[in-house]
Design a protein around this ligand. Structure first.
Ligand SMILES: Nc1ncnc2c1ncn2[C@@H]1O[C@H](COP(=O)(O)OP(=O)(O)OP(=O)(O)O)[C@@H](O)[C@H]1O
Ligand SMILES: O=C(O)[C@H](O)COP(=O)(O)O
Length: 399
């Protein structure tokens, strides 16, 4: 992959695809980790005299303008972190974007509005995606891919634009790939992957492949209920991917054949509703009441998961064990994070935490970020890398 040092950026418009998909509470950014992670590449380009045009997505507005998903608050925060103004374009490739980009001087930076307001960005139709990619590429002369968290998406800004412009990988993508490579080459065993979170349908798909690589898979968070249901248990109103139950039964059989241990929760915090102050009880994972939803792993599961991590030599963890944003349901995530911290370091394990919310959880729980071997900005992206898949955004940068 070409890197920033291979591009002559002085006086030129450089489109930087960043991952600025941060958690928001209204207009308040609750964790700015991904914005911070994007700063070094942008800073380097500005210091080298480029006109920097940053593009990114926020949430999943599905091709429609929706003010709830505006990047405007992100532009403000990026400006604070860079210590200079960030011009904000109120659209992606329209009059505002063109005007904002045209007005940039060397060493100035702009952020375009949410890429996913445009249906072309995520379109499965090559022609529609390509047409949007041409408009986006038309805003710049060079392209830098630095949105590691989105490199697994075959989207216009990730996959098509680098085919249209001279390009390079940014420092974040370079650094992330270097660490993840260590997880795929000469992996020390036992190799344990911990999966949780809410993007269940997305991430169930990676399991088939992971089962060929890992010794143990711990499943918590919103991911666990589809497994419990597949084993025939009642999961009440918990997060469930009904259409993937057969697939999950296949994983359970395959794991058994391969001698891979799949470890599921034995107890959960079952709440009457999805709320910070929801009434809840610890119940057996095999007996979740029909009117309750599991919002965290229970105390026995926390001990079980810690025990299953105690001899690990390599650990990758993606996805919180519960709804950590609510204090009452953050204990499971804390327990797993602490088990990883206890394992990290000399004579212990190489531990990687990946994902926007997983990293945010570590910070929200005020755990030492430098206590892990690495905290990655990508969850789904890291998982797909670990599967050994070709990631569209990396393949495009390699060409
Ligand atoms: N039992 C549960 N029920 C509902 N939501 C849950 C549950 N457990 C965890 N979550 C939610 O999962 C979300 C994070 O999931 P997600 O899969 O997006 O992880 P991530 O670390 O952000 O990875 P990525 O970077 O791929 O998005 C959190 O907002 C958390 O509240
Ligand atoms: O949060 C993430 O994992 C990345 O920003 C990608 O977002 P997506 O899962 O909505 O494509």
């Amino acid at each position: 992959m070409r890197t920033l040092d291979d591009l002559d950026v002085k006086g030129r418009r450089v489109l930087v695809r960043a991952d600025l998909n941060v958690p928001l509470d209204g207009e308040t950014i609750t964790d700015d980790g991904r914005i911070r992670a994007s700063v070094p590449t942008i800073r380097t380009l500005l210091d080298r005299g480029a006109k920097v045009v940053v593009c990114a997505h926020l949430g999943r507005p599905k091709g429609r303008v929706n003010p709830e998903f505006s990047l405007r608050p992100v532009a403000r925060r990026l400006g604070e972190l860079l210590g200079q103004d960030v011009a904000f374009a109120a659209d992606v490739v329209g009059d505002s974007a063109r005007g904002t980009v045209d007005a940039l001087q060397d060493g100035e930076v702009a952020l375009l509005e949410n890429l996913r307001y445009e249906p072309g960005e995520e379109s499965k139709d090559d022609a529609e995606r390509g047409a949007f990619a041409h408009k986006l590429a038309g805003l710049a002369e060079l392209y830098v891919g630095d949105g590691f968290g989105a490199v697994h998406r075959k989207h216009a800004s990730v996959y098509d634009v680098p085919r249209l412009l001279p390009h390079a990988a940014g420092g974040l993508v370079e650094a992330e790939v270097a660490v993840l490579r260590r997880l795929t080459e000469d992996t020390e065993r036992p190799y344990v992957v911990v999966l949780g979170g809410a993007k269940v349908s997305d991430k169930l798909g990676v399991i088939a492949n992971l089962l060929t690589k890992v010794d143990r898979l711990l499943v918590g968070g919103g991911m666990a209920y589809t497994f419990l249901k597949a084993q025939g248990h009642e999961v009440g109103r918990s997060l469930l991917q009904e259409d993937q139950l057969d697939q999950v039964r296949g994983f359970l059989d395959d794991a058994e054949r391969r001698g891979v241990e799949i470890v599921l929760p034995v107890d959960v915090l079952a709440a009457v509703t999805f709320a910070a102050d929801a009434e809840h009880d610890v119940v057996a994972a095999t007996a979740i009441p029909a009117d309750r939803e599991g919002l965290d792993i229970g105390p026995k599961t926390r001990e079980l998961f810690a025990a299953k991590l105690a001899d690990a030599r390599t650990v990758f963890w993606n996805g919180p064990m519960g709804v950590f944003e609510f204090d009452a349901f953050s204990g499971g995530t804390r327990a797993v994070a602490e088990a990883l911290l206890a394992r990290t370091g000399d004579g212990g394990a190489f531990t990687v935490v990946g994902g926007g919310d997983s990293a945010a959880a570590v910070r929200r729980l005020e755990l030492p970020e430098d206590g892990f071997s690495h905290i990655s900005t990508g969850g789904g992206a890291s998982l797909e890398y670990l599967e050994g898949k070709t990631l569209p955004g990396l393949a495009a940068l390699e060409d």
